[in-house]
Design a protein around this ligand. Sequence first.
Ligand SMILES: N[C@@H](CCC(=O)N[C@@H](CS)C(=O)NCC(=O)O)C(=O)O
Length: 226
Amino acid sequence: MLKFYYSLAPNPMKVALLLEEAGLPFEAVPVDTRKGEQHGAAFKTLNPNAKVPVIVDGATTVFDSNAILLYLAEKTGQFLPEPKDRGAMLSWLMFVASGIGPFSGQSVHFKHYAPEPVPYAVNRYDFEAWRHWSLLNEHLAGKTWMMGERYTLLDMSVWGWARAVPFVLGADAWEKLPEVKRLFDAINQRPAAQRAATLKDRYTFKAEMDDEARRAMFPQNERLKA
Ligand SMILES: N[C@@H](CCC(=O)N[C@@H](CS)C(=O)NCC(=O)O)C(=O)O
């Protein structure tokens, strides 16, 4: 059976959604990143980048969430765009992969986890996160899904990060991103999204952001102590 290495963070959750949408049976293997399990030698043979998600599908191992979405969509022949929209879908998928994800992640880091306040970094990443989310919002105006009338893997990629929007941009962010909110609500109503959300009931991940968690997730801090 396909193995899915996951946590409840945005990138693994988008993969959970596609697995549920496609009805693919999978064994969910928790990787507790606040305990440092992503740095274990066995896990790093699956993903040398030491991050979740990863899937192992028979002899094939795939890491990086958007690569996994593409792999699974192509494998099942589901949730792909119409052939005429393939270029646009790939463009927006890379926009999510290289823009929405990293800028949202860095914004969260500097707002919530940096060991000291860095106003320049907070401003830069918050600005860029807002800019990226606002572009998605504009793109969605007048469309049901990111690719128009067809629900694709791209919507699932957006959903993973949309779950974190209030944490990334602030509690009132949805008021300024109504189109993204509409997409988010529509996906949340899907049975597959509800099943994906139940992953949180299968394993209790460490919640404390203590020294062990900071060492595991922000290893750059150790360099300053050396
Ligand atoms: N580009 C990667 C990023 C993966 C990533 O950053 N995963 C986070 C969870 S969303 C993680 O494993 N964090 C633990 C760590 O950085 O140590 C993807 O899209 O899969």
